[in-house]
Design a protein around this ligand. Structure first.
Ligand SMILES: CC(C)(COP(=O)(O)OP(=O)(O)OC[C@H]1O[C@@H](n2cnc3c(N)ncnc32)[C@H](O)[C@@H]1OP(=O)(O)O)[C@@H](O)C(=O)NCCC(=O)NCCSC(=O)C[C@@H](O)CCCCCCCCCCCCC(=O)O
Length: 718
């Protein structure tokens, strides 16, 4: 709702009241319309201030209402009512003015912002465009290029930048509402003729066509198939080419296309999913709201390879004191230089405070004796990690949390090396650890709730989105990835090329196909893991070369590694590069010959594989494994899996994540296609739909937010 008060006798004050962000729900819109009428009808009131309760102006339209039938007064007539008002209306912007909130402010005749406020149009990230006049008013106020930048990227600006751009009239360090009241009094008698933005002509730069062409090219390059950014460009184009009223009609038309799109549904689902994962729960019933994190002031990182360096930077930038340990002096020195460089680049590019003084470097594990939390980040070798955990258990002070940055090893096996297994959790960072937003927090069967809560909170403080997951081989992300990689290899055996598979996945929206990613991260990483698992056997021919434990196995990756083809770092992998370390992937005729020989050697006949099969074969087994993960209680809900895939594995956000995507395809269709492929490939267990997937498909494809009700039923009922 919105409540009305009178300040200093002559200022009508409208306060938006809808915690936590004063979103423009039906009740708030109704409140604004009613109180505006009241303010306009009271003869003593000479001007009006609109502000938001609790230091937040407005977070925009209420996204939760988008899924239901709209009620209450619509936003567009509401902003027109404000702009057309006969008394000056001043927006007092504290905290945020986002989306519909900024549109509300732009309909006011003046805007006063607090210096800490942030303003912007984030609609594009929800698959929408500013649909309450934002695409028509902003270009009239600040011009086309700056509007295109803000509207197509969703970039938020500080009050200072907003002032520079001309979005706000005044910025104050003091109380913005008080300042707005004073301002409102000072303009009470002023004419409003020049203050209604919809009446401004839209500036027309001479190179208009070039500006729009460039903007379109730019959004096509970065959108990866998302439709909202390009539609935003079209809406801004209407502001320049059409009179205001017609521009508004065009905005409405374009908004409607986006609003009804599957992409908008996916992006809005994802918005809430990313927030839902902070309300974690574990299979044994520990929960975010009943588990208290332990205080952490000082942390340590053991092992300063690529991951350890990134983690050190993340911790220091978040304000933690860090002890960074690398036992070899030469490596320690190299790491110190690398970390310093990373901190300096962070300060230069993102304005993060330089945090050199937060880090102490040491060659001795003994240096971690007084820290509250340790993150071990040595390479993936269980024996080495076990030794380190034994040492840590003896050295660290009682109550210190011991974390491992493994990407898939058994947390419980490590916990069993310590005197306090309840204080051991996994913190699986993604490379580069100081950049990637995702953190899988892995609890073992013995991890205590406080340990999980502490790791989750640490992640948050480091600016990560933390997702709590159970302990199993590969956790959530890498466990699902295994099925995806496996199918990609099988497709090569059957006749596809790396370029074909990658093209299909990139058209789907992944920034890079599976083979390009493999070349980037290094083929040797998976090879080492497969060797440790006893899967890499001495070269021999015959069908058995492609069978492990009774199931189909492709040794293609192993064979490439045997040739020294580790990907970009060696200049050759699934593709060729102009030099070791080269970045531009080119198809490699050698690989085509190699695949032909391989197929001939194993009696495989290449066939034409279409786009649809590549997509289904790569994605459906991965999705099926996601359902198995839910069934096993490793992830608490589909949102956890989707957030992991979007933030950690490049799954296109406008497709919501693998579980949301499955819900849109239709679970019955996913089951049917898996069964189809399983009939053809009976030796691939990952193609067999799991019980939970079958169960959900059989109960007529329930909406994704209802899955938990089925998952939480006793397993015997599944
Ligand atoms: C605001 C934030 C920056 C705050 O961040 P913070 O980190 O402090 O907190 P959280 O992110 O954790 O959020 C706290 C809490 O609040 C919930 N929340 C946040 N914003 C909203 C919101 N806008 N609506 C609802 N709920 C919100 C959030 O979910 C958290 O709760 P939870 O329980 O999940 O933990 C940050 O939250 C943020 O960035 N928010 C999003 C801001 C945003 O994107 N705003 C734009 C919204 S879209 C919009 O404004 C559209 C308008 O331009 C135009 C609309 C026109 C409307 C017309 C409707 C017509 C419909 C019919 C069309 C028919 C078409 C046809 O068929 O013809």
């Amino acid at each position: 709702m919105a409540f009305y008060s009178r300040v200093s006798g002559s200022v009508g004050m409208i306060t938006l009241q809808n915690p936590p962000v004063n979103a423009l729900s039906a009740a708030v819109r109704q409140g604004i319309v009613d109180t505006m009428h009241r303010a306009l009808s009271e003869p003593e009131v000479k001007s009006v201030v609109i502000c938001g309760q609790n230091g937040k102006f407005c977070g925009g339209a209420d996204i939760r209402e988008f899924g239901a039938k709209m009620t209450g007064p619509p936003l567009v007539p509401m902003v027109h009512l404000i702009e057309a008002a006969s008394k000056p209306v001043v927006a007092a912007i504290e905290g945020i003015a986002l989306g519909g909130g900024l549109e509300l402010a732009l309909s006011c005749h003046y805007r006063i912002a607090h210096s800490k406020a942030r303003l912007g149009f984030p609609e594009v990230a929800l698959g929408l465009l500013p649909g309450a006049g934002g695409t028509q008013r902003l270009p009239r106020l600040i011009g086309v290029p700056a509007s295109l930048d803000l509207i197509t990227t969703g970039r938020q600006v500080t009050a200072a930048e907003a002032r520079q751009l001309g979005i706000v009239d005044e910025v104050t360090d003091l109380n913005a509402v008080d300042a707005a009241v004073k301002f409102a009094q000072s303009v009470a008698d002023k004419s409003l003729d020049a203050r209604r933005i919809s009446t401004y002509p839209c500036p027309r730069p001479p190179d208009l066509d070039t500006i729009f062409e460039r903007a379109m090219q730019q959004v096509r390059r970065s959108a990866r198939g998302a439709i909202a950014p390009g539609t935003c460009v079209q809406a801004v184009h209407a502001a320049v080419t059409l009179p205001y009223a017609k521009g508004m009609e065009r905005e409405r038309e374009l908004f409607s296309v986006l609003f009804n799109s599957g992409q908008a549904r996916a992006l809005q689902y994802y918005f809430f999913a990313q927030r839902a994962v902070s309300r974690w729960s574990t299979a044994s019933g520990a929960r975010w709201d009943t588990s208290k994190p332990r205080p952490v002031h000082k942390a340590a990182v053991i092992g300063l390879g690529t991951m350890g360096r990134g983690i050190t930077v993340s911790l220091a930038q978040a304000g933690f004191s860090v002890v960074a340990v690398e036992t070899q002096e030469k490596q320690l020195l190299e790491a110190k230089q690398a970390v310093s460089g990373m901190l300096e680049r962070g300060a230069k590019r993102r304005g993060v405070p330089l945090a050199h003084d937060k880090i102490k470097y040491s060659c001795s594990v003994q240096a971690v004796a007084d820290v509250d939390l340790v993150i071990e980040a040595v390479f993936e070798d269980m024996a080495l990690k076990k030794t380190i955990f034994q040492q840590l258990s003896a050295i660290c002070k009682p109550g210190a949390l011991l974390c491992t940055n493994t990407s898939g090893l058994d947390i419980d096996e490590l916990a069993s090396q310590t005197q306090s297994p309840e204080l051991v959790v996994g913190m699986h960072f993604f490379a580069p650890a100081h950049v990637m937003q995702l953190l899988e927090v892995v609890y073992g069967p013995r991890s205590c709730p406080e340990a999980v809560a502490t790791a989750m909170q640490m992640g948050k403080k480091m600016g990560k989105v933390s997702v709590a997951v159970g302990n199993c081989r590969g956790f959530v992300g890498n466990r699902m990835l295994k099925l995806y990689l496996e199918q990609a290899f099988f497709l090569l055996e059957e006749g596809a090329t790396p370029e074909q598979v990658d093209q299909v996945l990139e058209e789907f929206g992944f920034p890079m196909g599976v083979f390009k990613v493999s070349d980037l991260s290094g083929l040797d990483i998976g090879w080492k893991v497969r060797k440790a698992d006893g899967l890499v056997l001495p070269a021999f021919t015959g069908t058995s070369a492609r069978i492990r434990g009774g199931s189909r196995y492709s040794p293609l990756g192993d064979l490439l590694c045997e040739q020294g083809r580790f990907g970009q770092k060696t200049g050759k992998g699934w593709y060729q590069y102009d030099k070791p370390g080269g970045r531009v992937a080119k198809p490699d005729p050698w690989l085509f010959g190699f695949l032909e020989d391989y197929r001939a050697q194993h009696g495989l006949v290449a066939r034409r594989i279409d786009h649809q099969e590549v997509l289904e074969r790569c994605l459906y087994p991965l999705i099926n494994e996601g359902f198995q993960i839910l069934q096993d209680g490793i992830a608490a809900g589909p949102e956890d899996i989707d957030v992991i895939y979007v933030l950690g594995y490049g799954w296109p956000r406008h497709r919501g994540g693998p579980m949301f995507y499955a819900s849109q395809v239709g679970l019955d269709k996913v089951v049917e296609r898996l069964e189809h492929y399983q009939q053809i490939h009976p030796d691939v267990p990952g193609l067999q739909p799991c019980r939970l997937l079958r169960k959900l498909a059989a109960i007529s494809n329930p909406a994704i937010h209802k899955w938990r009700e089925v998952i939480q039923k006793p397993r015997s009922q599944l």
